[in-house]
Design a protein. Structure first.
Length: 184
């Protein structure tokens, strides 16, 4: 009788341990499914390039400060794009509603993280000053794009502004709202 009881205990412990292992590995696999594991750097020629704030401002129909609420990356014609939903905090030029959508090249898709010229796309809760124009094309509807792909994007970090990688001239030295000649 003692041996039957001992076998039952061993089988119970074995079954509980097996179930715990299955749950552990399933949760781990699910968690890693949405996280990028490798980075793909995308390099391309810009159709429009800027070296000064004046060039960027003159070329941009819209300048705004935004906060990213959420985003989604997806492929279109073998290129990954990210569409971000953003709240408009302040408009410096042009007219916008309270919410806009911003389309960027790059993002995270199927375990890969795509960077356009070393620049990551917006993440949830990012805040930035962006120089925008209305997007016209097949990738997204009712969206804006950043002028110069990434050149018109300045992330807000407290009182500082951080320009994107691979910008040139005056744009690489931008550190404040004053440098952009706009008020906070």
């Amino acid at each position: 009788m003692n041996s039957d009881y001992s076998k039952k205990q061993i089988w119970t412990v074995f079954i509980v341990a097996l179930a715990a292992a299955i749950v552990f590995f399933q949760v781990r696999a699910e968690a890693s499914r949405d996280k990028p594991t490798s980075t793909v750097s995308m390099h391309f020629d810009l159709s429009e390039s800027f070296q000064s704030v004046d060039q960027l401002r003159t070329s941009s129909p819209v300048i705004a400060r935004v906060k990213i609420n959420a985003n989604k990356s997806y492929p279109y014609s073998n290129v990954v794009f990210t569409l971000s939903e953003a709240s408009v905090l302040k408009v410096y030029k042009g007219q916008l509603g309270k919410q806009i959508r911003i389309l960027e090249t790059g993002g995270s898709y199927e375990g890969l993280h795509y960077l356009a010229e070393g620049n990551a796309v917006f993440a949830a809760n990012d805040e930035a000053v962006v120089f925008l124009e209305k997007y016209e094309g097949p990738v997204a509807e009712d969206a804006y794009v950043i002028k110069g792909v990434y050149q018109g994007k300045f992330k807000v970090a407290g009182e500082r502004l951080i320009p994107s990688s691979e910008v040139f001239g005056e744009l690489q030295s931008i550190q404040s709202f004053n440098d952009l000649q706009i008020t906070k």
